[in-house]
Write a protein that binds this ligand. Structure first.
Ligand SMILES: C[S@@+](CC[C@H](N)C(=O)[O-])C[C@H]1O[C@@H](n2cnc3c(N)ncnc32)[C@H](O)[C@@H]1O
Length: 228
């Protein structure tokens, strides 16, 4: 299987890699645009989103005043699962296909009518001048180019004393996305914690969140919660 065959099952590629289309900033979004059409048909993606949302709710006990920003939200599965427990949600994704899926969910009532959609790509633009009580990024950090820049923007977007929740791959050998992927091969917890502290987060805790089973291998995901 070539790397480009894999986008539909989280073998998706970050911007600047692979052979798909690029947006006006040169970002690689083509495969995600295509993947958006069937993203929610994969029960494991739905299950993963629910599990991660459940862990976030258990860890942080949010309420109706908790304003959420979900970065790289895809079709909004994690926000959907968070919605009953939080206030207004702002979902952001550089893929037009993903944003269109979100818009459809807002129209149908699958996501709250108060939800907002942003196009923000923190790799190439500064963080919008707003702050949130909870910033969430699930399976997106391994796709960003400039890790420190994006983490600094997360810090800007997070209110003092509020939280950032990152779910991503534990460090792996590159087999998760396969040949040609130019993003991060997961993250070592201690290294990511150091990057988060440098970005201005005071406390960082990790727990195991989910395992993605593929080709006879298991790829564990962590949930990191950092306090601004
Ligand atoms: C593996 S999907 C995860 C989607 C969703 N968070 C979920 O858990 O179902 C990665 C998402 O990140 C988006 N993405 C890719 N590169 C990005 C970047 N540099 N900044 C923000 N989002 C990005 C993609 O368009 C895609 O929707």
């Amino acid at each position: 299987m070539t790397a480009n065959d894999n986008y539909g099952d989280d073998h998706d590629h970050g911007h600047g890699h692979g052979h798909g289309t690029h947006d006006h900033d040169g970002h690689y979004v083509g495969n995600f645009d295509e993947a958006a059409k069937t993203w929610d048909d994969d029960p494991s993606k739905v299950e993963r989103a629910r599990k991660v949302a459940q862990l976030i709710v258990e860890a942080l006990n949010p309420g109706p005043d908790t304003e959420v920003f979900e970065y790289g939200s895809g079709t909004g599965l994690v926000s959907e699962a968070l919605a009953p427990f939080v206030g207004t949600i702002t979902l952001s994704d550089p893929s037009e296909g993903m944003r269109s899926a979100i818009a459809n969910k807002i129209t149908r009532g699958t996501l709250p009518s108060t939800s907002r959609i942003w196009t923000t790509d923190l790799d190439s633009e500064p963080a919008p001048p707003e702050t949130f009580d909870l910033v969430v990024a699930v399976q997106v950090l391994h796709h960003v180019g400039d890790l420190n820049k994006v983490l600094n923007s997360f810090a800007t977007l997070t209110k003092a004393g509020a939280h950032l929740a990152i779910c991503d791959l534990e460090a792996e050998d590159g087999s998760f996305h396969g040949e040609g992927f130019g993003g991060h091969h997961g993250f070592h917890r201690s290294e990511l914690a150091e990057h988060l502290r440098s970005a201005g987060f005071a406390r960082v805790s990790f727990e195991h969140a989910y395992d993605i089973e593929r080709d006879g291998r298991s790829y564990p995901l962590f949930l990191a919660i950092a306090t601004r």
